[in-house]
Write a protein that binds this ligand. Structure first.
Ligand code: SF4
Length: 422
């Protein structure tokens, strides 16, 4: 079923559309932050050795801890027949659950090798859910690089959970998108102080404690890459709060004010909570603004966070935007952000990596925000880079974090400056 559009058409600036070779991580990468968020869930990637290597290297040191993800490698042996592959998967799941009885939700995560595409993971999840009823819920989604960029993995995982969310029309603010626990606690406290009646989150900290959704739900996106989830929640009755995203002082304040307005809270009471935060946040930004002001920034498409970050870096840190690329542009969810970009900002959607690199080389920006695969070659050409993936792993939301967020961009410029003295 196709969910209805969130709002009417909006007049937005012209965007250069590109399609060609892409250089982005696949949706499997999002397992790295999702498994930290829901410690009682396990992510079983059904894939190849390449997928296992990706998830292990993306997770880095976590692999030495007790991991809550693994890979069911479907190799040549399984190509003999899909029945064998299903039996193999069932056996692996049984063994996993014997070893790890604390698992409450098991995600079967699809990937792109052809032998996996042939396997019907939805049916496998239904079969295993029936076998394990009352003990473990088995869900499935695709993290395949053919269908997803790395942040879309979270969108797909949340959509897989959505049918299990109970229906309720009670009034609540539903924050959607993974936040660091400490950042989430802080937002909850601030919303409570403003007078928001009930604050819940998706994904929840326990995979079995899914929030309800219905006509009383006001939906506030914490991450800009959750288009599918937002539409599906609107389809279940939730009302989307349209706002910029909570990056930087300005974005965070507008985000919290939009939520407060959705509950009809008195602006004076909201300002009493937010004014001191704004003052502190702007003070923390100051030293980093001095480092970033006037520096030229090029964002290559990778995370779908590029437009909100560009808005923050231009308006609060004084950077000059050379080009802002995004892998996909959801014009409805991004309208409030695009309205805040400096007039004439060059926007591009999609990727043709060679053409984009040519533009980077021609422009010689001071800093390029890009995926890991492009960072080393650009550094070797003397261009400072910032890995966009770091922005998903770092606690960057909220007025309190604005200084840290700016520092993430000032650091590579500082490092390059030090190297130039060596
Ligand atoms: S792009 Fe495909 S094959 Fe490569 S790691 Fe991701 S899912 Fe696996």
């Amino acid at each position: 079923m196709v969910a209805p559009p969130i709002s009417a058409d909006l007049a937005l600036p012209e965007v250069l559309k590109e399609s060609g070779q892409r250089e982005v991580f696949c949706g499997l990468t999002s397992i790295v932050w999702l498994h930290r968020r829901m410690p009682d869930a396990f992510f079983l990637v059904v894939g190849s050795r390449t997928c296992a290597h990706l998830i292990q290297s993306a997770a880095g040191v976590m692999i030495f801890a007790e991991p809550r993800f693994g890979t069911a490698i479907l190799g040549e042996r399984d190509l003999a027949g899909l029945a064998d592959a299903n039996d193999e998967l069932d056996r692996l799941v049984r063994e996993l659950l014997e070893r790890r009885p604390e698992i409450r939700t098991l995600f079967l995560v699809g990937s792109c090798p052809s032998e996996v595409i042939k396997l019907d993971l939805q049916r496998a999840a239904e079969r295993l859910s029936a076998q394990l009823a009352g003990r473990v819920r088995v869900l499935n989604y695709s993290g395949s690089g053919i269908e997803t960029t790395f942040t879309q993995g979270e969108d797909h995982a949340l959509m897989a959970m959505l049918p299990l969310m109970p229906s309720s029309d009670e009034d609540q603010l539903l924050i959607v998108g993974t936040l660091a626990d400490a950042v989430e606690d802080r937002f909850r406290l601030l919303f409570e102080r403003m007078g928001v009646p009930r604050v819940r989150s998706l994904p929840p900290r326990r995979s079995t404690e899914l929030p309800p959704v219905g006509a009383g739900t006001r939906l506030l996106l914490a991450q800009p890459f959750l288009s599918g989830t937002a539409r599906a929640l609107v389809h279940r009755g939730a009302k989307l709060i349209e706002s910029p995203y909570p990056f930087g002082v300005e974005g965070s304040r507008l985000w919290m004010e939009a939520a407060a307005a959705a509950f009809g809270l008195a602006p004076a009471a909201v300002a009493a909570v937010l004014d001191p935060l704004e003052v502190r946040g702007r003070r923390a930004l100051e030293p980093h603004r001095r480092a970033l002001e006037g520096r030229r920034l090029f964002l290559l498409p990778d995370s779908q966070m590029e437009i909100p970050l560009a808005r923050f870096l231009a308006r609060e840190c004084g950077m000059d935007l050379v080009e802002v690329g995004t892998p996909y542009l959801d014009r409805q969810l991004m309208a409030a952000e695009m309205a805040l970009l400096p007039a004439g900002t060059r926007l591009s959607e999609g990727q043709d990596v060679e053409k984009q690199l040519e533009r980077v080389r021609a422009e010689r920006p001071d800093l390029v925000v890009c995926g890991l695969g492009l960072a080393n070659p650009l550094e070797a050409e003397g261009i400072a880079t910032k890995w966009s993936i770091e922005l998903v792993f770092s606690p960057i939301h909220g007025c309190d974090q604005a200084g840290e967020l700016a520092e993430l961009f000032a650091r590579p410029l500082h490092r390059r400056q030090l190297l130039s003295f060596v």
